[in-house]
Design a protein around this ligand. Structure first.
Ligand code: F0G
Length: 465
């Protein structure tokens, strides 16, 4: 076949204007937002790469499905459509709708974990870690060592270190490990996939110690596509067959339908365990809603039912993964340090390597994300010392690409802005905190650029502690 440009597999039926601002306006906006991009009004952003979560464009089929929404409180027809679509792919016995992924996490960990427990994962996402810690358990990241080295190429950098998993279980005792989680793709580790082989090995250890395995399945379709491209024996399988095979290795999952559910809101929790499902549904009723809607409208359930299937379409996945690689490859060819290879939903710039003059305690990734906004109105997100504190092993700026939203020329513009910032990187200063919340501090933190006087003040604060 001719190697032609991989194009967006859709045409645009409805458009949403975006707004230009001047550099001076952006400087004022940034000051007013205390140098925290989460605190910025979205209309002051030109290209919003803060997250791929809930920011995708729905298809005509999804919009049509919305009208089919059955808003009955109990026994809604939309729930039947929703659970049939979920079961077709995931195969688990119980499907519990939630308003988004973290609600599924909160319910799962409330039911399964207690103080002193340990939950291994390849890398916990921030809400996953916070929900585990909230019940007094410990979240342990066991990604393979290759997954912690940004510039290293490896086809499945999201894999779990299987030997480390077994050592951990033996050290703390299996009764303290209520479940093992596997995040596909590994978001906090660079949007990197987990291989089928690794999932099989993790599953075998879980079976050996009789510990349930749960998938954090947010980006399961992208993970399936990487397996098809990169793992021997999967080239001729469909993404859906690959997903089905992977989910068979586990006992349940948490899911944010805001990612590979192609919806703007929603999520679910699945399990094969009848007793757990009962407890989970009881908790669901307490805070989310009745088990046939779980905090969602009937129309949301319909949009997700369609979206999950669309996320597995080959034309879509080919374009999706190619367009993320397009951004990553263009900037890395110019010498910009990124997590290699580019992830499924996002490109991650290695801010420690981009700004070697800024130490981690001065939040190099926050400094870089700030500059991308000031230079070109681009919003990204820090995944590093601000998000994870001293536990952060990398300081990354994530450029997350919303699904089916931006075209190639938008991405070309993003590349231009990043290259401009790269040229002038020596001028970028570190940041220091002026306010932080006790957990998930990155959402509300306030910061300021480090100046000579603020450095002295920070040193004095350390000395007088
Ligand atoms: N797990 C992973 C791997 C995630 O990436 C997210 C969300 C969640 C769980 C929680 O899902 O937002 O629906 O409650 N990630 C978004 C992001 C917010 O920007 O990466 P949620």
């Amino acid at each position: 076949m001719l190697a032609r440009t991989i194009i967006e597999p859709f045409r645009i039926k409805s458009v949403e204007p975006i707004r230009w601002t001047t550099r001076l306006q952006r400087e004022h906006r940034m000051q007013a937002a205390h140098y925290n991009l989460f605190l910025l009004p979205a209309e002051d952003v030109l290209i919003d790469l803060l997250t791929d979560s809930g920011t995708g464009a729905m298809s005509t089929h999804q919009w049509a499905a919305l009208m089919e929404g059955d808003e009955s409180y109990a026994g809604s027809r939309s729930f039947v459509h929703f659970s049939a679509s979920v079961q077709d792919i995931f195969g688990y016995r119980h499907v519990i709708p939630t308003h988004q992924g973290r609600a599924a996490e909160r319910i799962l960990f409330s039911v399964m974990c207690k103080k002193g427990d340990v939950v291994p994962n390849n890398t916990h996402f921030d809400t996953t870690r916070a929900n585990i810690e909230f019940v007094g358990a410990e979240a342990v990241d066991l990604v393979i060592s290759e997954g912690r080295q940004p510039s290293l190429h490896h086809p499945f950098k999201g894999n779990m270190d299987v030997a480390a998993l077994e050592t951990l279980i033996q050290r703390v005792g299996r009764e303290r490990v209520p479940l093992v989680m596997l995040t596909i793709t590994n978001n906090s580790g660079g949007g990197q996939p987990v291989s089928m082989r690794n999932a099989r090995e993790v599953s075998a250890i879980c079976r050996k110690y009789r510990i349930p395995l749960y998938f954090d399945a947010c980006r399961f379709a992208e993970n399936s596509w990487f397996i098809k491209l990169r793992e021997e024996g999967y080239a001729n399988k469909t993404p859906k067959q690959i997903a089905q095979e992977m989910f068979l290795l586990g006992d349940g999952c948490t899911m944010s339908a805001k990612k590979d559910g192609m919806a703007n809101i929603g999520g679910f929790l699945c399990t094969n365990d009848d007793k757990l499902a009962q407890q989970e549904k009881n908790l669901l009723i307490l805070t989310e809603g009745y088990p046939t809607y779980g905090g969602l409208a009937g129309r949301d359930l319909e949009a997700i039912a369609v979206g999950l299937q669309e996320a597995l379409e080959e034309d879509y996945l080919r374009y999706r993964i190619a367009s993320t690689a397009y951004l990553g490859d263009h900037i890395s060819q110019q010498g910009i340090p990124i997590v290699q290879p580019p992830g499924g939903h996002a490109v991650y710039i290695d801010a420690r390597a981009f700004l070697p003059h800024i130490p981690p305690e001065q939040f190099p990734a926050v400094a870089l994300a700030t500059e991308l906004y000031l230079q070109g109105g681009i919003r990204s997100v820090e995944i590093g010392t601000l998000m994870f504190g001293a536990a952060a092993t990398m300081d990354l700026v994530r450029l997350a690409i919303p699904r089916r939203v931006y075209t190639q020329s938008h991405i070309d513009y993003v590349i231009e802005v990043i290259l401009e910032v790269w040229k002038n990187r020596g001028r970028i200063r570190g940041m220091h905190l002026t306010y932080e919340a006790p957990f998930l501090r990155h959402f509300t933190a306030r910061l300021e650029p480090v100046t000579a006087t603020s450095l002295v003040a920070a040193e004095e604060a350390v000395l007088t502690r």
